[in-house]
Design a protein around this ligand. Structure first.
Ligand SMILES: [Zn+2]
Length: 349
């Protein structure tokens, strides 16, 4: 049996005390892939940290070849901040706002988001300095990547795929409820250049990477963790580092590509949206009751029914900043607000 070694990467951010980023390395002693598994690049996305903790002893037993590098806390200063980014605050949860001269709007400085900074910059901001240290100390040597993120709890757990070589196959092996497929041009579009995410760096250097999003930030849910552990075992099998075939691949119910359409269910009236016990990823039939709107002006109840059969991509009332502001998770909907998004094949009646 291989033994996981705890290793430490020294990281120095200017004007802050140096810290050591702890990670595990499992070496099979045989030639093979170097699989990097990362979690919590964003400080509020911690489900993958527990997934790695549980996966490590499994990997010690099952690794056949190559090495695994397991980084449960890839961005410790953001974790300590308990917010998405190192510099996030209550007033600026998504980082600093800057003036975009081209679009003539204020927008968030994407460079505060560590997953837009790869391979980092030793003279850059906090996020860029951390990604620089990680890139040179850990990332460079890897041949494969699984990078675990979390989005809001209202959206289905999904692998994010595109048409770069090997990505779709790895996403399918992951056996998550949904695979969201970016168009082939997304990686190379000059009009809308992709921010340099960790997986982007792999894909543009001929290495295979899987990006994924668990459902739920700030929390660790047993369901999601179990799904995540199976995903890592499945990916290890897919690239030949474990014996056997990926399990549960039939549980992927949504492949969100150009052949699918999203149908948005909106509130016919304002009111409290009371969910009906469904969850993102569930199948719904046309006419099925999704929940009830309880109107505060006339105390009437209105059932919200599904306009189509399909799968719930998103479910519940939430708004844009629900990953940072409790008010945006509030179940009170205005007329026209989104209550659910249903996915089904295009053109289906
Ligand atoms: Zn993230």
């Amino acid at each position: 049996m291989a033994k996981a070694k705890t290793k430490y990467l020294p990281v120095k951010i200017k004007d802050r005390p140096e810290f050591k980023l702890a990670y595990w390395e499992i070496d099979s002693g045989k030639e093979g892939p170097v699989l990097l598994i990362t979690a919590a690049l964003h400080g509020i996305e911690v489900q993958g940290s527990e997934v790695i903790r549980r996966f490590c002893p499994i990997a010690e037993k099952k690794i056949l070849k190559g090495r695994m590098i397991l980084v449960p806390f890839a961005n410790p200063p953001a974790l300590w901040n308990r917010r998405a980014h190192i510099v996030s605050t209550l007033a600026h949860p998504k980082g600093k706002e800057i003036w975009d001269d081209e679009r003539k709007i204020m927008r968030f400085d994407l460079r505060d988001n560590i997953n837009c900074t790869w391979p980092g910059n030793p003279d850059g901001n906090e996020a860029e300095q951390v990604s620089h240290a990680l890139y040179n100390g850990i990332v460079k040597q890897a041949t494969h990547l699984v990078d675990m993120h979390c989005w809001n709890r209202f959206t289905v757990t999904a692998a994010l795929a595109d048409e770069s070589p090997g990505t779709m196959e790895l996403a399918k092996a992951a056996a998550l409820p949904a695979i969201s497929v970016r168009p082939a041009t997304a990686l190379t579009s000059p009009q809308r250049p992709m921010p340099p995410t960790l997986s982007y760096i792999f894909k543009t250097t001929g290495r295979v990477a899987l990006d994924m999003e668990f459902s739920g930030q700030y929390i660790i849910s047993e369901n999601e963790v179990a799904r995540g552990v199976r995903m890592l075992s499945n990916c290890s099998k897919h690239i030949g580092m474990f014996r056997g075939k990926p399990e549960g691949t039939e549980e992927t119910v949504m492949i969100l590509d150009v052949k699918m359409e999203k149908i948005t269910v909106t509130a016919q009236t304002e009111g409290l949206f009371i969910e009906n016990g469904l969850a993102p990823g569930d199948r719904v039939n046309k006419g099925e009751v999704l929940g009830t709107l309880f109107n505060d002006k006339n105390l009437r109840s209105t059932e919200v029914k599904s306009p189509a059969g399909g799968y719930l991509y998103a479910y519940g009332h939430y708004r844009r900043f629900c990953d940072a502001d409790l008010a945006d998770m509030h179940p009170y909907a205005d007329k026209g607000d989104t209550l659910a998004i249903i996915v089904r094949p295009k053109g289906k009646k």
